[in-house]
Design a protein around this ligand. Structure first.
Ligand SMILES: Cc1ncc(C[n+]2csc(CCOP(=O)(O)OP(=O)(O)O)c2C)c(N)n1
Ligand SMILES: [Mg+2]
Length: 255
C-alpha cells in the first residue's frame, strides 16, 4: 500500500500472535527493509481473539488453554527482534498510560522508516493482569523506567534510582548511596547507530526496570524512499519508461 501510494501514512495494528508468529516473517522484513510503515504491536501475551492459546510472548511455564501443564516455550521479546532485524525505531508503552502512548505514537509518526511501538496490553478475558507486576500503580515507578533522549536514566517515585554500567552489565544504583551522583548515571541516546545498548535496554526486566518510551530512533534512508528514487531515475533515463515500453520490448505472442 505504501509503495503504491507513498502519500499515505500507513498504520499496521498487530497483536503479539500476528506480529511474532502468524505474520512474523512479514514483520521482520518490513523492519529490515525499513519500509515507511507505522507498526503497533498490542502485546497481551496471548492469542486473545481465538480464546486463549499461548503465543510467542506468553511467559514460560504459564498455564493456558493450549498449555494445561504450563508452556515449555521460551518467549520472544519484540524489542530485541526489532533490534536484531536492524530496526530504526522502537518504543514501548503501557495501555494504562495514555499520555506516554500518545508521545510514542507521535514520535513513531514523525519517524521516516519503519517504526514499531509495543503496547503492553491487558486482556481482561483471556490473560488478565499479565503485566500487573509492572503496571500496578503501587509498583509501576519502581519496575519501569521511561527513557528520554539526552536525559539521565532515572526512575523510582522520586527519581532516586538510576542505571549505570557495571563492567558490561547494566545495574540499578541509588543516588546518594555509596557516593553515587547524577554523573554516574547513563544518559539515554535514542540515536546511537549501534544496536547493542538499545538491545540491552529492550531486554530489561526482572531485577532491572522494564524500559518504556522511545528506546531507538535512528536515521536511515527508507526502502520507500529508495524505491521512489529508483523509479524516478528509470523513468528519466532507463530503457523502459513505463509498462507499455516493457511489454513491447521483446518477443510477444498472440494466442
Ligand atoms: C494466517 C492466519 N492464521 C490464523 C488466523 C486465526 N487467528 C485470528 S486472530 C488469532 C490470534 C491473534 O492473537 P494476537 O495477534 O495476539 O491478537 P489478540 O487477539 O490477542 O489481540 C488467530 C490465530 C488468522 N486470522 N490468520
Ligand atoms: Mg495477543
Amino acid at each position: 500500500m505504501k509503495l503504491a501510494n507513498p502519500e499515505l501514512s500507513v498504520w499496521v495494528s498487530m497483536g503479539d500472535g500476528d506480529s511474532m508468529a502468524i505474520g512474523g516473517n512479514h514483520l521482520i522484513h518490513a523492519v529490515r527493509r525499513n519500509q515507511d510503515l507505522n507498526v503497533t504491536i498490542f502485546n497481551n501475551e496471548i492469542y486473545g481473539l481465538t480464546k486463549g492459546q499461548y503465543s510467542p510472548t506468553t511467559k514460560f511455564g504459564q498455564v493456558t488453554k493450549t498449555s494445561p501443564f504450563g508452556t515449555i516455550d521460551y518467549p520472544f521479546n519484540p524489542g530485541e527482534l526489532v533490534m536484531g532485524a536492524q530496526g530504526t525505531f522502537f518504543a514501548r508503552t503501557l495501555d494504562c498510560v495514555p499520555q506516554l502512548t500518545t508521545e510514542c505514537m507521535t514520535h513513531a509518526a514523525q519517524h521516516d522508516g519503519c517504526s514499531v511501538v509495543e503496547v503492553l496490553q491487558n486482556c481482561v478475558i483471556f490473560n488478565d493482569k499479565t503485566h500487573a507486576a509492572i503496571t500496578d500503580r503501587a509498583v509501576r515507578d519502581d519496575r519501569t523506567i521511561v527513557l528520554e533522549h539526552g536525559k539521565p536514566m532515572l526512575f523510582g517515585k522520586n527519581k532516586e534510582k538510576g542505571l549505570r554500567f557495571n563492567g558490561r552489565l547494566l545495574e540499578v544504583v541509588t543516588l546518594g548511596q555509596d557516593g553515587i551522583t547524577i554523573d554516574d548515571i547513563m544518559v539515554h541516546h535514542e540515536d546511537t547507530e549501534d544496536t547493542g545498548i538499545h538491545m540491552m535496554l529492550a531486554h530489561m526486566g526482572g531485577d532491572l526496570p522494564v524500559a518504556l518510551g522511545v528506546i531507538r530512533n535512528v536515521k536511515k534512508v527508507s526502502y520507500t524512499q529508495l524505491y521512489e528514487e529508483q523509479m524516478e531515475e528509470q523513468m528519466q533515463s532507463g530503457k523502459y519508461k513505463c509498462m507499455d515500453d516493457l511489454l513491447n520490448s521483446g518477443d510477444t505472442w498472440e494466442v
